[in-house]
Design a protein around this ligand. Structure first.
Ligand SMILES: [Zn+2]
Length: 382
């Protein structure tokens, strides 16, 4: 079947020109996602790169900054990883908030805010998620962060197998999971980009002799492991003390053991393959969920969604949910309070390995003042 072409050469040229303009604008937009988000680290931090611990990452889109601050008093080493999944912003914004606000007085702090750097360079297909989220600053100005995908970018890692076999265990998962950093541990120095990145993080944990290690995530309110701490058996005693502390503060939290037969995840492999006590924190975020409606910046920032309100009334959610939604301030505040509770517990359990941080914003403080109050203005210029 053929369609008679209406119009003239002029119309054809105009359409061609229009499609070129659309391509150029789209290309500029996609390209802009490759510019890393800037951070303003607090005094006392120095910046390294992950490739310092695993040379093969150097010059690749997988390499990512590692910020280090040492306190005057010797103590333990704390590691905080944000951005394993760049579509879970509370994780990387908690890491950035720490980085921009805290002073280490005892022990050492290592922060990797954008763990899966290439995941920040694209969006998850068919999720209609925003490309960026912004926070107004109290003194004027705005801080903007990319909102990425949970996967390593296809440009960096291709082709994808139909079935992903986790090398260390033979566990079989859907092929897409091969691009998921949090299924790739303990990694492989000769493996796929995801396995190399995971190996680099394992090397950091080993070479820096990390004592306590956090991997910060978000998940759907209809997912059972949410507003939860997932702890390796080595970390469980400490995690139980931290969970009790949080409950005393009125912050409800679920405590979940890391399953021994689910492989490739940070809370399992960091504990099995390094001396660190690993903790994964999962906070409830409706913009992750399958029930959500329109997915835009407002949903990511406020967590307000009519469908989740209905689901909550029908008793389908694993966390309390009402008209207030799940604002990013509550989610970041929860992460910060959890970190603080672990540090306090560590101080009681093993003072030699304690890490003391001054200036961690409080759970209620972040909600009262807004996250922008804890983000610093960017210095002028690039
Ligand atoms: Zn996640």
């Amino acid at each position: 079947m053929t369609f008679p072409l209406k119009g003239s050469r002029t119309t054809a040229l105009a359409l061609l020109l229009l499609s070129c303009v659309v391509c150029v604008l789209a290309a500029r937009d996609f390209r802009s996602l490759w510019t890393p988000d800037r951070v303003v680290s607090a005094p006392g931090f120095r910046q390294e790169m992950l490739s310092r611990y695993f040379e093969a990452l150097k010059g690749t889109p997988l390499d990512t900054p590692v910020f280090v601050q040492e306190g005057a008093e010797p103590g333990g080493t704390l590691f905080v990883l944000g951005g394993t999944h760049p579509n879970e912003p509370a994780g990387y914004l908690t890491a950035v908030t720490l980085l921009e606000n805290v002073r280490v007085t005892k022990g050492r702090l290592l922060v990797v805010p954008f763990g899966n750097a290439s995941g920040f360079t694209h969006n998850q297909p068919q999720e209609a998620s925003p490309q960026r989220i912004s926070f107004p600053l109290p003194g004027g100005g705005v801080r903007t962060f990319r909102y990425g995908s949970r996967d390593i970018n296809n440009i960096v890692m291709w082709p994808i197998p139909d079935i992903y076999i986790h090398k260390a265990s033979g566990q079989a998962l859907a092929g897409n999971e091969s691009k998921n950093l949090n299924r790739a541990y303990p990694g492989d120095p000769e493996g796929t980009p995801a396995e190399k990145l995971a190996f680099g993080i394992m090397e950091l944990l080993r070479k820096e002799k990390v004592d306590l290690a956090f991997d910060l995530h978000e998940a759907s309110p209809e997912y059972p492991v949410v507003d939860a701490i997932v702890a390796h058996e080595k970390s469980m005693e400490l995690a139980a003390a931290a969970a009790m502390d949080l409950k005393e503060q009125g912050i409800e939290v679920r405590l979940e053991p890391s399953p021994k037969n689910l492989r490739g995840l940070s809370h399992r492999e960091w504990g099995d393959g390094t001396d660190a006590l690993p903790i994964l924190v999962e906070v409830a975020n409706p913009s992750q969920g399958r029930l959500r409606g329109r997915t835009d910046e407002a949903l990511v920032l406020t967590g307000k969604d009519k469908a989740y309100l209905l689901a909550s009334r029908l008793g389908r959610l694993f966390v309390p949910y009402d008209e207030k939604g799940k604002p990013i301030e509550e989610r970041v505040g929860r992460d910060l309070a959890t970190l603080k509770a672990f540090l306090d517990a560590q101080e009681l359990f093993d003072e030699e390995k304690a890490v003391r941080l001054e200036g961690i914003p409080g759970y209620r403080e972040v909600q009262e003042k807004g996250l922008g109050a804890f983000l610093k203005p960017l210095p002028a210029g690039r």
